[in-house]
Ligand binder design. Structure first.
Ligand code: 3PG
Length: 310
């Protein structure tokens, strides 16, 4: 009997990317099931019942979902962050979780720089704004996305610094990036800081007034990583205390914080209506196809790559 593979995307891929993903899985003779833009968790619980593998995005794969998936062997998160999957519970059940690191980095990088330009030009209000050239950008966490942001920022003539306790200074220097010894140094020295860390117990709520208060006049924070890493009450405090400070994000905070930031600081705050860093046709194709190939390699040949729940 053909193996069953589910593509479950509450925020769907572009149809072109989706069709290419399906083509790879069908060529491998799998029975492909699609669950896109679903409304309720119950639909996901029903859809996973008899599938052997699944591709997801930010879809929440909780213990309840994993328990409902009796045949499941592999979950591939088409993307980078996997905080939406209960990895330890999957491991207990013998289910591998993989991601597709780096596949959507350029999409995020282009969004970061375009939002920076938008804010620097006064949201295109027609008045004289500022340029990015010659300004200093700090990358907080120098992974695939941090590197991609660096590449684009250098095209704008920005100086780039980075702080990442898990990356060798030599690797940053090889990319023409100035390594910073501490997060405090990064925030102190950079006009812009762009956050690219995962949400972990250590990073959640870690960006607040202590770091942001160090930023120079006109300091601007960009968050396209995870909403959870920002300390919401403290960012509101910083916006109130510093009329020069600006905040840009593609992941909105809790509704009441979002309302306060928009209503009170609308000229210095910008958020996209939906999380959209990875929302390009190219990123959908890159991440979706990588995920489909990882499934074929695993189900047909036992190849294990990018496993995140060992
Ligand atoms: C990621 O972790 O890969 C990004 O946050 C993209 O998430 P998305 O697939 O929900 O757009």
């Amino acid at each position: 009997m053909a193996k069953k593979v589910l593509l479950a995307t509450v925020k769907p891929f572009s149809p072109t990317a989706r069709d290419q993903v399906v083509a790879i899985l069908e060529e491998a003779k799998y029975d492909v099931q699609l669950l896109e833009s679903y409304g309720d968790k119950s639909e996901l619980l029903a859809a996973v019942a008899d599938v052997h593998a699944m591709i997801i995005r930010s879809d929440k794969i909780t213990a309840e979902v994993l328990d409902a998936a009796k045949e499941l062997k592999l979950v591939v998160r088409a993307g980078s962050g996997h905080d939406n999957v209960d990895g330890p519970h999957a491991k207990e059940k013998g289910v591998l979780v993989m991601n597709t690191p780096g596949q959507n980095s350029n999409a995020v990088a282009e969004l970061v720089l375009s939002m920076m330009v938008y804010m620097a030009r006064g949201k295109f209000n027609g008045k004289p704004g500022r340029e990015l050239r010659g300004k200093t950008l700090g990358i907080h966490a120098y992974g695939y996305v941090g590197k991609a942001v660096t590449t684009v920022a250098k095209g704008f003539g920005m100086k780039v610094c980075a702080f990442d306790p898990f990356v060798d200074s030599a690797a940053m220097e090889a990319d023409g990036v100035t390594p910073m010894a501490t997060a405090e140094d990064l925030y102190k020295q950079c006009d812009y800081v762009s956050i690219h860390m995962p949400a972990t117990p250590k990073t959640i709520n870690s960006i607040g007034k202590d770091l942001l208060g160090l930023m120079p006049e006109g300091g601007t924070l960009i968050n396209t990583a995870r909403a959870e890493v920002i300390n919401d009450p403290e960012i509101v405090e910083v916006m109130a205390a510093r009329p020069d400070f600006r905040y840009i994000t593609d992941i909105q905070p809790a509704p009441e914080v979002q309302a306060e930031l928009t209503d009170t600081y609308g000229d210095r705050y910008f958020s996209t209506p939906k999380k959209m860093g990875a929302q390009t046709l190219e990123a959908n194709v890159n991440a979706g196809l990588a995920a489909a190939r990882q499934i074929v390699d695993f189900l047909d040949k036992g190849v294990e790559v990018n496993v995140v729940n060992r």
